[in-house]
Design a binder for this molecule. Structure first.
Ligand SMILES: Nc1ncnc2c1ncn2[C@@H]1O[C@H](COP(=O)(O)OP(=O)(O)OP(=O)(O)O)[C@@H](O)[C@H]1O
Length: 341
C-alpha cells in the first residue's frame, strides 16, 4: 500500500482583501503518495499557488487541514514549522536566485543556514552541481546563465538539504519547449534516483503528460477531477479537463484545418478515438476490407503516454454511403466515432 505523504482534508483558504472575501481553495480533498510525481493543473487564479503554499505553510488553511508526513501542520506553531520546511524544497518559475552570489554560493546558501560545516558544504554542492550537470558553471553568476541553467541551479539549491518533497511552481513556464523538456527530465531523475516526492504546479497539460503519475484539475478553488494521468488523458470527464487534454493532442482539426481537409477530401469524415487497448489499426483495416470502403488518415492526434498511445484520428471514408454507414456502426462497437458534418 502506498503511504500518503501530503494530505488535504476538506481544506479551504480564503483571503480577506479590501473588505471582500476571496475564496482561493474550497473543500479540497487530496492525497499525494510518497515517491510519486503529482501534478496540479488549472487556469490562472484556480488556486494552484495557494495549494502549494499550504504544503510548506507559507499560507495557513482557514478550514479543514493539511498533513505533511503524518503531521497536521494546520495550526502548528511557527517554531515547529522550521523542521517541516527543512523537508521541503521549492523551485519557482522565476528561479529566485540571488544575483550577487555565484552558482556555488546560491546552492550552498541553504546549507549555510542549516549550519553545515564548510567542508561538508563544499562536498555537497559539488555533488549537486554534478547531478544537475552544471559543474563547469560553479563560479559564474546567475546573469551569465541561460534560463535552463538557472533552473538547474534552482533545482540543485532546492535539493541541497535532502528534502523528501520538492514543490515545483510553474518551474518551466519561463522556458522554451526544448529547455522545458530537459528540466522535466531532470525532475524525473530527482524522483527516480532520490525518491523525492514531487508536486508540480502547471497550466500546461503537456507538462503533466511528460512527467506526472497522477494529476488533479483545479477550478475555482475546487478539485474537479483527479486520477492517474493515463486515465485522465484517456477519458477526461469534465469540460475543463477535456480542453486541457485537447491542447496536447490537437486531436480535432480546427475550422481552418477542416476547410483545408475538405478541399482535398470529398469523402465522409469521422474522428475515431485511439488507445492501445482498442487496437484501432487492425479493426480499421479489417472492417474497411469487409465493407469495401477505403480510408485515409487526414488528421492525426495521437501521442505516447508511457508505453501506450492515445488520442484520435480523423479519417476520410470513401465508398458507397450504405457501406460507410455499416462501417461506422461496426467501428462504434470498438471505439468512439464522431462523424463531422
Ligand atoms: N494574498 C492574497 N490576497 C488576496 N487574494 C489572494 C491572495 N493570494 C491569492 N489570492 C487569490 O486567490 C485566488 C487563487 O490564487 P492563486 O495564486 O492560488 O491561483 P493560481 O492558480 O496559482 O493562479 P496563477 O496561475 O495565476 O498563479 C485568486 O483569485 C487570487 O486572486
Amino acid at each position: 500500500m502506498s503511504t500518503p505523504l501530503i494530505e488535504f482534508r476538506g481544506t479551504g483558504k480564503t483571503f480577506g482583501a479590501a473588505g471582500k472575501v476571496v475564496t482561493a481553495l474550497d473543500g479540497v480533498d487530496l492525497s499525494i503518495d510518497a515517491g510519486e510525481i503529482y501534478a496540479v493543473i488549472g487556469h490562472s487564479g484556480a488556486g494552484k499557488s495557494t495549494l502549494v503554499r499550504l504544503i510548506n505553510a507559507l499560507e495557513r488553511a482557514t478550514s479543514g487541514s493539511v498533513l505533511v508526513d503524518g503531521v497536521d501542520i494546520t495550526h502548528l506553531p511557527e517554531r515547529r514549522l522550521r523542521q517541516v520546511r527543512l523537508g521541503i524544497g521549492m523551485v519557482f518559475q522565476q528561479f529566485n536566485l540571488m544575483r550577487s552570489r555565484t552558482v556555488f554560493g546560491n546552492v550552498a546558501y541553504p546549507l549555510k543556514i542549516a549550519g553545515w560545516a564548510k567542508a561538508d558544504r563544499e562536498k555537497r554542492v559539488a555533488e549537486l552541481l554534478n547531478f544537475v550537470g552544471i559543474s563547469d558553471k560553479a563560479w559564474q553568476y546567475p546573469d551569465q546563465l541561460s534560463g535552463g541553467q538557472k533552473q538547474r541551479v534552482g533545482i540543485a539549491r532546492a535539493l541541497a538539504t535532502n528534502p523528501k518533497i520538492l514543490l515545483a511552481d510553474e518551474s518551466t513556464s519561463a522556458l522554451d519547449p526544448e529547455t522545458t523538456g530537459e528540466v522535466l527530465r531532470l525532475l524525473k531523475r530527482v524522483n527516480s534516483e532520490f525518491g523525492v516526492t514531487i508536486v508540480v504546479i502547471t497550466h500546461e497539460m503537456e507538462v503533466v503528460r511528460e512527467i506526472a503519475d497522477r494529476v488533479a484539475v483545479l477550478k475555482d478553488g475546487r478539485v474537479i477531477e483527479h486520477g492517474p494521468v493515463r486515465t485522465v488523458f484517456a477519458a477526461p470527464k469534465e469540460p475543463t479537463t477535456q480542453r486541457f487534454v485537447e491542447t496536447v493532442l490537437r486531436a480535432r482539426p480546427d475550422d481552418d484545418d477542416l476547410a483545408r481537409i475538405r478541399e482535398r477530401h470529398p469523402g465522409r469524415l469521422v474522428i475515431a478515438k485511439v488507445s492501445d487497448d482498442r487496437r484501432i489499426g487492425s479493426v480499421l483495416s479489417e472492417a474497411t476490407s469487409r465493407y469495401d470502403v477505403r480510408f485515409e488518415v487526414v488528421h492525426g492526434g495521437v501521442k505516447e503516454l508511457g508505453s501506450t498511445s492515445f488520442g484520435s484520428l480523423t479519417l476520410e471514408l470513401i465508398g458507397a454511403d450504405s457501406a460507410v454507414d455499416e462501417l461506422i456502426a461496426d467501428l462504434r462497437t470498438t471505439t468512439d466515432v464522431e462523424e463531422l458534418a
